[in-house]
Design a protein around this ligand. Structure first.
Ligand code: CA
Length: 483
């Protein structure tokens, strides 16, 4: 009988894969996260099925899609009584804990359940001297959130004897907006970073609803985000670049503290000779735009937003230096943890374990995955709800545009808009080809796959998504793209 592994799931918030060395970052270094990657597996194509904080957390915990676990947006708190991989671990004798950002509601049945120890931030949480809530009530912990969360998690581990396996969730706030670095990193000088290849994307072929999102670095970062006013006398373009550098400086400093604290956890495991028998997962709840397409934030079904960095270390079972390229999602993580611990996944879970694929070196068994961003036109980001399907080569997206005003007209539209990208010829997704006759057959095929997968996971299509409108859009040329 093999030893049941301990489990550490370090989850960060909005840490883009392209700000991690092991994923080829050109803007920073993450030596401690990379160390885990070199000794374990890097999942190249793991995606969030709803690129937003609370929904991704709920999918990770429950192994289900948003429409099943009920956490579709930031204002739909979790029914914490539903089964999670944690409740199954606990039932199998594991000791369980969560420390840090919960952000799926508090009180009234939303507080963490199934944990021997829980100690969580309130809502989004604070970077400095954060408030924590646990069964004893609310208190303030002095210090920097990323450090304090690690302190509390390690302190709980110190209370355990070494007989019973355990699982701890170390869920950071960082590097979420408003990107406040640790005091020790403020004095460090950071060199300017390169502009992303799609910085100047004019979004010309996208849907009108994608273009109206209030996520542009040039226009929508606030003085609170940037912590200072831009220097006077800059042109519009110069000021946009200045904002990008200021944003990246703080974002990457927040990542630096995360990286150091990942190192504290791995050091702790090594010191106790527990590292080889522990499944350590480093992941972010979704990706983030780092100036890509001129944006910050996430939400959209575009690559930088949906790609989750996921690194798994479990030396006893996983070969070092593995790069797994198959399509995986946040819904798969719960079953993967249960598989690693030898516990059968319950019927309700909708994903699959990825351990077998990593161990056997097989890739890409899943044809594609279903995505749905449910939050619609929120007041801060104005990002529209949409759904879509992504294969290893193509991506089809439907914006249903419920009740959105048509820019510049004072009128409202209920007409949906489609986008499609060929990721092989256009990996940066700058050219929407849904109206291109050369792609018509592929588009029809993708839509069938989308509707089938949507039905198979128990979701329903939007009322505006009709065959007539779809066929009309396919032949509509540039019409409907607003150009
Ligand atoms: Ca997030």
């Amino acid at each position: 009988m093999t030893t049941r592994p301990n489990v550490v799931l370090i989850l960060t918030d909005d840490h883009a894969a392209h700000a991690i060395g092991a994923y080829g970052s050109i803007v920073n270094e993450t030596p401690r996260i990379d160390e885990l990657a070199h000794g374990g597996a890097v999942l190249e194509n793991c995606f969030a099925t709803n690129s937003l904080c609370s929904p991704s957390r709920a999918s990770i915990l429950t192994g289900t899609y948003s429409h099943v676990n009920g956490v579709t947006t930031l204002v739909t708190p979790i029914d914490a009584a539903q089964p999670t991989f944690i409740t199954h671990l606990k039932a199998a004798g594991y000791r369980t804990a969560v420390v840090g950002k919960w952000h799926m509601g508090d009180g009234d049945g939303h507080d963490p359940q199934g944990f021997d120890y829980w100690d969580v931030l309130i809502d989004q949480g604070e970077y400095h001297n954060p408030r924590f809530l646990n069964p004893s009530g609310l208190r303030v912990e002095e210090g920097y959130a990323t450090d304090v969360i690690t302190d509390l998690a390690l302190a709980w581990l110190e209370t355990l004897d070494d007989q019973t396996p355990w699982c701890v969730l170390i869920w950071h706030k960082a590097p979420h907006r408003p990107w406040e670095p640790a005091p020790r990193h403020l004095a460090e000088r950071r060199e300017p970073v390169p502009l992303p290849a799609t910085w100047d994307d004019d979004l010309a072929t996208r849907s009108s609803s994608a273009r109206r999102a209030a996520m542009r670095i040039a226009d929508h970062l606030t003085a609170e985000d940037l912590k200072m006013e831009p220097p006077p006398g800059l042109t519009y373009d110069e000021e946009a670049v200045w904002k990008y550098q200021r944003y990246m400086e703080d974002y990457l400093r927040c990542v630096e503290a995360v990286d150091e604290n990942v190192g504290r956890v791995t050091d702790w495991l090594h010191e106790r000779e527990l590292f080889d028998d522990t499944l350590v997962v480093y992941a972010s709840d979704q990706g983030f735009f780092l100036g890509d397409h001129g944006w910050f934030d996430k939400r959209f079904m575009y690559e930088e937003s949906i790609r989750m960095p996921v690194i798994m270390s479990y030396p006893r079972r996983l070969p070092a230096g593995t790069r797994e390229e198959g399509i995986l999602t946040n819904v798969d993580i719960a079953q993967t943890v249960l598989d690693a611990t030898g516990i059968d996944a319950p019927q309700r879970m909708q994903g699959r374990s990825i351990l077998g694929a990593i161990e056997a070196g097989e890739t890409g068994r899943r044809d594609g995955f279903y995505y749905r961003y449910w939050e619609h036109d929120d007041v801060f980001h104005k990002a529209p709800a949409h759904y879509g399907y992504r294969t290893d080569r193509y991506k089809l997206i439907y914006y249903y545009n419920d009740g959105l005003g048509i820019p510049g007209t004072g009128e409202f539209t209920y007409a949906g808009e489609w986008e499609m990208y060929d990721l092989e010829t256009d990996p940066d997704e700058t050219c929407n080809v849904v109206h291109d006759p050369h792609y018509a057959d592929i588009a029809r095929h993708l839509r069938r796959r989308l509707l089938r997968e949507q039905r198979d996971v128990g979701d329903r299509r939007h009322a505006s998504d009709t065959e007539e409108r779809w066929e009309a859009q396919l032949g509509a040329g540039a019409e409907g793209t607003g150009s």
